[in-house]
Design a protein around this ligand. Structure first.
Ligand SMILES: [Zn+2]
Ligand SMILES: [Zn+2]
Length: 352
């Protein structure tokens, strides 16, 4: 193996260069993975533009990946070269108050591969062996790279605990599509997905939504959701956009006693207006979720392996690593794209 590899390095906000850097050296507790594909996530745009992780630059982003093991540290168990794998990106200290309670996402040393440390927009990525998950044979590398975003939605769905026959409204039709699909799997009825993109809303419908609401056509989404829920509002509302306006709508459209699941990420300083009155007398609740972690990964793999979630309808295209920046930009403007993958192993675009 050559000691240099091709990587997409975000040098500083807005500056991404494809260049040769050192292949990561692994410790006894790590494995080296030859990257097959990486899914582009909204977080990558935030890192590229300097909204997140500006203090970590220069850095190689990329956290939704799959690949093949090429080298294992001597402590790695049950893993060997040529294993097809993905990896839980969440790392923590393991010994603090939160880690000992099993809440590693709250650890003050919490870091994510590809968000705080070098990730997979490169030919190789290294990860701690304990975080590696083998891919079932019937999963493609693209599906393998989709386990991370699915695990985030699974984490949120488990926090929300929608009951059989309960109504679920999802605001947002990016990962909102998956929230709708999981709500359907949990037996929710009706499942309502709200968004501003006709094509994505149609995919949401194909993947399980009973109703779709296009905000370009329906101005008052709160009364529309009430109309579909006997005037009460939804039992559960998932906010999967990450804007102040949609968070406020979520609290308006959830019924008294219902639950809002906070999923979309707003700016760190943004605040929303909620009436404490609605929380006390209306007993409205909030559940939160930061990322998919631990068993969320195993469960996501099972959902894909047994076809409970069939994400291919969300897969738009795969581009060479050299086109990462172009793809990041295109995702901002091209409403036909949902999930775009990047591969260091191809030299022209593949449209799915
Ligand atoms: Zn992501
Ligand atoms: Zn900790």
């Amino acid at each position: 193996m050559s000691v240099m590899m091709k990587a997409a390095v975000i040098e500083k906000p807005g500056v991404l260069t494809i260049k040769n850097i050192q292949v990561p050296e692994i410790s006894d507790d790590e494995v080296l993975i030859k990257v097959k594909v990486t899914g582009i996530c909204g977080t990558d745009w935030s890192i590229f533009t300097g909204k997140y992780s500006a203090d970590k630059l220069p850095m190689v982003a990329g956290h939704e990946f799959s690949g093949v093991i090429v080298k294992t540290g001597k402590n790695a168990q049950n893993l060997q070269a040529d294993d097809r794998v993905t990896a839980d990106i969440n790392m923590s200290c393991g010994i603090c108050f939160y880690c000992r309670r099993g809440s590693k996402l709250m650890c003050k040393d919490f870091t994510q591969i590809g968000i705080h440390t070098n990730g997979s927009y490169a030919e190789y990525v290294k990860v701690p062996w304990e975080q590696v998950h083998k891919l079932p044979e019937n999963l493609s590398f693209e599906e393998g790279a989709f386990i991370e975003p699915l695990s985030c939605v699974v984490h949120s769905a488990k926090a929300m605990q929608a009951d059989l026959g309960s109504s679920v409204a999802v605001i947002g039709c990016g990962l909102g599509i998956l929230h709708g699909a999981l709500a359907k799997l949990r037996g929710a009825a009706p499942v309502i997905v709200i968004g501003d993109n006709e094509m994505r809303l149609n995919v949401a419908k194909e993947m399980g939504a009973d109703y779709i609401i296009n905000t370009n056509e329906v101005k008052d989404i709160v009364s529309e959701v009430r109309k579909l829920t006997e005037g009460r509002g939804a039992d559960y509302v998932v906010e999967a956009v990450g804007s102040v306006a949609t968070y406020e709508k979520a609290f308006e459209m959830v019924r008294p006693g219902g639950t809002v699941a906070a999923f979309g990420i707003t700016g760190g300083d943004e605040t929303i207006k909620i009436r404490p009155f609605d929380l006390v007398l209306g007993e409205k609740k909030v559940v939160s979720s930061c990322a998919g972690v631990g068993n969320d990964w195993n469960e996501s793999i099972k959902l894909l392996e047994y076809g409970r979630i069939k994400p291919k309808k969300m897969f738009s295209m795969e581009v060479p690593l050299e086109e990462l920046q172009a793809a990041l930009e295109q995702l901002r403007t091209d409403s036909k794209l949902i999930k775009v993958f990047v591969s260091p192993e191809i030299n022209k675009r593949v449209i799915f």
